[in-house]
Design a protein around this ligand. Sequence first.
Ligand code: AMP
Length: 113
Amino acid sequence: MSCVFCRLVAGEIPTTRVYEDAEVLAFRDISPQAPTHVLIVPKRHLDSLHELDDPALAGALLSAAAHVARLEKLEQGWRLIANSRAHAGQEVPHLHLHVLGGRPLGRMLPSAK
Ligand code: AMP
């Protein structure tokens, strides 16, 4: 098994697990970009969000993100990011959502004003 996140799901690589259910695993990013930086992955391998065609799994991933934000007490706000494929700079080719919070994150998109 060569995929690093598959190996992490299988317990072959150590990580700090934050949340887990039958479909998804949430664990702390090894190089955190904010006080809270948690990755959420499906347990079955999909290369990126581009390949996701399963509404139940999509719901499980999104629900896990909100659950993690509550566990991490991110009441002041948080951001969900999915880098998908090369132009987004995806580094690990296993679908993952980044949950970032614990500090002001700035605006990512131009204001509509
Ligand atoms: P992306 O650029 O969206 O593909 O993000 C990949 C993320 O995976 C980066 O934030 C890395 O720091 C993180 N990462 C890579 N290897 C590990 C690992 N073994 N455990 C936790 N996070 C990892």
